[in-house]
Design a protein around this ligand. Structure first.
Ligand code: SF4
Length: 183
């Protein structure tokens, strides 16, 4: 979900993330994607540099590129869609939220296997990171404060490495790490 490579997720026909009232960000470098989507469906992404746009959703919360239960532009779907991985909620322990029941249902079905002490440490560190971000939300500067559960889950991954020890890192270190590693 850092945007650097595609997620490999067995969706098994689930299109929950395409039908959950989510805005899909598209960068100016996604030329083929932009060419495949009618211009009228795109609008400038608030606060982002020129050229970054968002694809919205219809009155039922469905992406307008969904045709039945398939993405009509799958081969050139946006990077946001290619990198989305609902397992991040289970891994981080972040609640998807009541407004996205389809994603919540799919996410709840995932199970992680903890095989080694290292696995457990990684899982615990990620959970500690997401809990820290939840508890300290009001203290976080605006530019790093997660707005959505998805953002909190992804930022937890970005600072997970700070929570592997027995002591809680200071807020300033977490903020600096987010600014450095933010996807
Ligand atoms: S562009 Fe395709 S993959 Fe992305 S949300 Fe829309 S239907 Fe789903």
């Amino acid at each position: 979900m850092s945007g650097r490579r595609d997620a490999v997720v067995r969706c098994d026909g689930c299109v929950g993330c395409c039908a959950s009232s989510q805005f899909v960000h598209i960068g100016p470098d996604e030329v083929e994607t932009l060419a495949a989507i009618p211009r009228a469906l795109l609008f400038p992404a608030p606060g982002a540099p020129r050229g970054h746009v968002l694809l919205g959703y219809d009155a039922e919360g469905r992406c307008p590129m969904l045709a039945g239960d398939r993405c009509s532009i799958y081969e050139v779907r946006p990077r946001t869609c290619r990198t989305y991985d609902c397992r991040v909620f289970v891994a981080s322990g972040v609640d998807v939220g009541d407004d996205k029941p389809l994603v919540a249902r799919r996410a709840r079905a995932w199970r992680f296997t903890i095989r080694t002490p290292e696995d457990r440490r990684a899982r615990d560190a990620l959970r500690a990171a997401s809990e820290f971000l939840r508890e300290r939300d009001a203290s976080l500067p605006e530019d790093v404060r997660p707005v959505t559960p998805t953002q909190r889950a992804v930022l937890s991954l970005a600072v997970q490495h700070l929570f592997t020890g027995s002591t809680t890192p200071p807020l300033s270190r977490v903020v600096a790490a987010i600014r450095r590693r933010r996807p």
